[in-house]
Unconditional design. Sequence first.
Length: 258
Amino acid sequence: MRYTIYTRDDDFSRDLASKFNEVMRDEFHDIRDDDSPQIVLCIGGDGTILRAIHQYESQLDKLVFVGIHTGTLGFFTDYTKEDFRNFLHDLHHNQPVIQSYPLIEAIVDDQQTYRALNEIRLGSFTTTVYYDISVDGEYFETVCSAGICVSTQAGSTAANRAIGGAVVDDGLNILELTQIMPVSHINQHSMTAPYILKQERVIEITGKSLDHSLLCYDHLETKRLRQAMKVVIKLSDQKVQFARFRPYSYLERLKNLF
């Protein structure tokens, strides 16, 4: 088995990674291959998994991820640090269920594409932005707010939830559009409730406010979108694959989250 380890930057996680390396090399004769792995072992939390996904974005169709939780939140991780031996046994003796999650992508002026697992955020925290929102080429509304967040099902429990978006059940491939700090008064109205769209929908954002907006994709961000004319957001054909070696209860993870 060719593997790599992506580790949270703390002493405990690094020590655990060293222990994994030693056992997998000496006991199971696995090969560490950081350039072309078959499986990525993520030691940390959900942020560690997101960083690993972006590190290996060009190879997502060739590998799977599995998480060992040592961080502050483990929504995507299946094992805790106490499961060290159980994980190694499962990895080498059990057949996993492969669970796929689509990425979301933002295309700026038909040129630059940015992809994320959780969400795309577009906006400004220094001035109010005005965006014209179209869905499948049909004008929908003009929003006045600090920006918008478009999340996947996987990302519905992340930034989307923090700004009042709906938590979406596992297995539903959707887009969720939620405004960030919407402005609503006698002269300005828009739909401030989250809008859940079917997976085929394509969202187009235009307006002069794009010129001073930032585009954030998961934990990453662009520079200001100087002179940008439009941003198109949709589900990507690319998917992230997680290897599940034990029963996966979305409800149990939600209970742990709250």
